[in-house]
Design a protein around this ligand. Structure first.
Ligand SMILES: Cc1cc2nc3c(=O)[nH]c(=O)nc-3n(C[C@H](O)[C@H](O)[C@H](O)COP(=O)(O)OP(=O)(O)OC[C@H]3O[C@@H](n4cnc5c(N)ncnc54)[C@H](O)[C@@H]3O)c2cc1C
Length: 320
């Protein structure tokens, strides 16, 4: 009887989502681990992959009308999905287009990869994004977390973005209203979904831009454990304006973890990288619970030893 009722509910949810998104587009119980760079986590109750801005907005509206929780996934390169999966509808924003809106401005859809955007601009001799070569993930994820590299924030290159709010209503937001800060954007507060972002570019020389992109890639290769599954840096770097840092240790989360003797620490299949202390790698069979436990061990050890609170940069999604 309970099963029958649950089945009726499930059918109703599916019909309602399909009314907004089209029959056959929404899938049930879809494993999410393969859609993330960490490779951990359980399934989504409901899942749809969308590409265009119009599809993203329709998915947001369909979740709202159906009354199911909504989770957005981009390239899955900054998330830890809980082992019990994600309730409601997971929308993966994947693909899209880039075009030049006017001289000096390029617009990329939220599901375009940062690497795709870098390639697009370099091949048209447009400068500005070349140093971001090698950043995994999508434009949507990069704006959400205001991706950073080598002391630069991607938000500094943005002129405006297009978003939909939780009911699917469109808004254009200028960069100065995006609340960009280190690892921070307004999207984290509002849960708005990014449809596109406009980047400022300048005329450049394709060969020189390519060389700059190669330098960034080489630097990453040298300093990051790229052969292992991870989600990049786990923790935000401490803020010298707010955190009292121990003398003699660089103001970085990786340096604090290293100094606390945590490199190579293991919980289950999760390990603190020996190449970069701020990376946790999935050494094979890690679960999300292993990763979270290792995160907590690092936080406690650094707090006890140095009095510094390490704040996660990675995003936890779903149930653990
Ligand atoms: C090897 C490696 C190296 C990395 N190096 C860097 C680095 O140098 N600098 C850096 O900043 N990060 C780095 N990262 C982390 C990651 O690449 C970035 O955070 C990236 O911008 C995340 O994008 P994503 O599309 O994968 O987002 P996801 O991981 O899919 O999602 C991250 C968050 O963004 C939200 N989100 C995604 N798309 C949208 C959208 N369209 N609208 C609203 N919200 C959205 C999600 O809901 C989630 O909360 C690295 C990761 C790896 C694995």
């Amino acid at each position: 009887m309970i099963d029958g009722l649950a089945m009726a509910d499930t059918d109703r949810t599916l019909r309602s989502l399909e009314a907004g998104l089209g029959v056959g587009r929404v899938r049930r119980s879809v494993p999410l681990a393969p859609l993330t760079t960490f490779g951990v986590g359980g399934p989504a109750d409901w899942f749809i992959e969308v590409r265009t801005s119009d599809e993203v907005a329709r998915a947001v509206r369909a979740a709202h009308v159906t009354g199911v929780p909504l989770t957005i996934l981009g390239g899955g390169s900054n998330v830890v999905i809980g082992d019990r999966g994600v309730r409601g509808l997971v929308v993966q924003v994947h693909g899209g287009a880039v075009h030049q809106t006017r001289p000096g401005t390029v617009r990329a859809d939220g599901g375009v990869t940062v690497n795709g955007l870098v390639r697009w601009t370099i091949s048209r001799a447009l400068a500005g994004l070349e140093r971001w070569a090698g950043t995994p993930g999508t434009v949507g994820g990069a704006v959400y977390g205001n991706a950073h590299f080598d002391g630069r924030l991607i938000g500094d290159l943005i002129e405006a973005v297009g978003v939909v709010n939780e009911t699917g209503t469109f808004h254009e937001i200028p960069a100065d209203a995006m609340e960009f800060g280190y690892d921070r954007s307004r999207l984290q507060r509002t849960a708005e979904v990014l449809l596109w972002a406009e980047f400022v570019v300048a005329p450049g020389e394709a060969g020189a831009l390519r060389a700059e992109a190669r330098r960034s890639l080489a630097y990453r290769k040298q300093t990051q454990p790229l052969a292992a599954a991870s989600a990049g840096c786990v923790f935000r770097n401490p803020d010298p304006a707010h955190d009292t840092l121990p003398p003699g240790i660089a103001p970085s989360a990786g340096a604090l973890i290293d100094a606390a003797g945590l490199k190579d620490r293991v919980v289950g299949g999760a390990r603190v990288s020996t190449t970069h202390g701020n990376f946790i790698v999935n050494a094979g069979e890690a679960t999300a619970a292993d990763i979270r436990a290792l995160v907590t061990i690092c936080q406690r050890a650094v707090a006890e030893r140095y009095g510094v609170e390490l704040r996660p940069e990675i995003v936890y999604l779903g149930e653990f």
